[in-house]
Design a protein around this ligand. Structure first.
Ligand code: TRP
Length: 475
């Protein structure tokens, strides 16, 4: 699959912000549709599926969250992904260039897109560091300790350890991006990512057979409408954007690499099924495990970002010390790898933004991005230790970064994208791009969604969620 390699350049679109003045970079494009689908799915699959989805599902009502998420994926997710990929393929450019090419006055939407990876990168790396810590624990034979209650909290609240692992994670990402050896990483990802998928499904199946897991399966798969709250909606929408790498320009860039003869509509279906499928299985490993090994109390389920780190070591521990050690090491190594590939792609995106806006050389832009990521990541880290007293509306600093990017900026970008496509360039432009090779089966649905349903719903969700956090509108 040669085509995936093209993506290492996906972020190097420095030239694309200056559309019009020079001939746009010639994209070599994906040579097959499946190549495009796998590459886009590869970007979409990451910590969002394995770490973030399960804890949100556990926290916001289990089955009802899953149902809400799936409805959003089929509606907002489908429409936005179609629109972004079509914009990218039509213009052959990434976010800033694409919006500018379609309408000069709206290049600012592309700039807003750019802010998202800048915000995500630092806290993504904090979680990457946590994964590194668990890998180290299992490899060094401390898997049993990692499975004990209190281990996770002791780790994140300690002063040095999270810092060391965060620093190591960002540094490895930085070195790979600086040396430009992403291609090697991408090659390995073609082998390692499928193994992670198989392992996730395997662990999920094992967990479901453990006594006590039944209640967890029920909680996760059967929607209980009494557990529905507006927070379920906020969480599911933010997760949709985050997990599918939407509303941040990434899918526009991927679209710009797509061949004109590949079908956008069916590709989008496949990416969505893949991304959602992996999240679904990650939930099936983490949530039933929380019931089987920790009782599944509301406090357990609602613990937030730590859920996977608390639940999974207990699963591996139940394999016995040797098998558990091996499986735990293997699993966390693969998750670390998945986190690293996403972090590389995020860092590259940020580097290209820095090149564009600060007109720096690639080398200097890498160093600036590295330093910026370290500095911006520290508050998220300290939010669990020395600055744990600082919270807004119950959110830690990491939660705040997460909230600002996923619940504020991404919905804003998504809303603007809908208005832009629906009214400024007109949805027909996107429809024409999709119809270049065959009928657009959901054309009418797309039209109604992008013009009316998506912008209205996203605006309402955005406003209520922001007011809710600041306590102006208590829900
Ligand atoms: N979608 C990725 C995940 O699920 C996270 C992500 C968000 C990402 N934005 C990205 C990955 C940009 C690569 C590039 O983990």
């Amino acid at each position: 699959m040669e085509e995936k390699e093209n993506l290492s350049r996906s972020a190097e679109n420095a030239d694309e912000a200056r559309v019009g003045e020079e001939t746009p970079k010639k994209h070599s494009g994906f040579t097959s549709k499946i190549g495009f689908v796998l590459a886009a799915a590869g970007s979409a699959v990451g910590l969002g599926n394995i770490w973030r989805f399960p804890y949100l599902a556990a926290q916001y009502g289990g089955g009802i969250f899953l149902l809400t998420y799936i409805v959003f994926a089929l509606t907002f997710g489908f429409v936005l992904m179609i629109a972004e990929i079509a914009i990218g393929r039509k213009t052959g450019k990434s976010a800033v260039g694409a919006f500018r090419a379609l309408n000069k006055k709206f290049a600012f939407i592309g700039i807003l897109c750019s802010l998202v990876p800048i915000l995500i990168m630092p806290y993504y790396s904090v979680i990457g560091g946590w994964v590194g810590k668990y890998l180290a624990a299992f490899v060094s034979g401390n898997g049993a300790a990692a499975a004990t209650d209190g281990y996770f909290n002791a780790f994140i609240s300690s002063s040095w350890q999270p810092l060391v692992f965060f620093f190591a994670f960002v540094t490895v990402t930085f070195v790979i991006v600086l040396l430009g050896v992403e291609k090697g990483v991408e090659k390995s990802s073609k082998i390692l990512m499928p193994i992670l998928v198989v392992l996730t499904i395997g662990v999920a199946i094992y967990v479901m057979t453990v006594p006590g897991a039944g209640a967890g399966i029920k909680y996760y798969l059967l929607p209980d409408f009494r557990k529905f709250s507006i927070k379920t909606v906020f969480a599911a929408l933010g997760q949709l954007f985050y997990s599918m790498s939407l509303a941040m320009g990434i899918m526009i860039t991927y679209g710009s690499y797509m061949k004109k003869d590949a079908k956008i509509e069916s590709s989008v279906h496949q990416i969505e099924i893949f991304d959602t499928g992996i999240a679904l299985f990650a939930g099936l490993m983490v949530i039933p495990a929380t019931f089987a090994f920790s009782g599944g109390s509301p406090e357990q389920l609602g613990q937030g970002p730590g859920l996977m780190f608390v639940a999974l070591p207990k699963v591996f521990e139940s394999f016995g010390s040797v098998a558990g050690g091996v499986m735990g090491s293997f699993f966390f190594a693969l998750v670390l790898f998945a986190a690293l590939t996403s972090a590389i792609s995020l860092m590259e995106t940020v580097v290209s933004i820095v090149i564009d806006f600060a007109k720096l050389s690639r080398r200097k832009a890498c160093v600036v991005t590295y330093a910026g990521t370290l500095v911006l990541g520290l508050p998220s880290l300290f939010g669990f230790s020395i600055w744990s007293g600082f919270t807004v509306g119950g959110m830690t600093i990491l939660d705040m970064f997460d909230f600002i990017s996923n619940s504020v900026l991404m919905p804003v970008v998504a809303l603007l994208t809908c208005v832009f496509v629906g009214y400024i360039v007109n949805s027909q432009t996107v429809i024409d791009e999709i119809e270049l090779n065959g009928p657009f089966r959901k054309k009418r649905f797309f039209n109604v969604m992008i013009k009316y349903v998506c912008p209205i719903c996203i605006a309402v969700i955005l406003i209520t969620s922001v007011l809710n956090v600041f306590g102006i509108f208590k829900l």
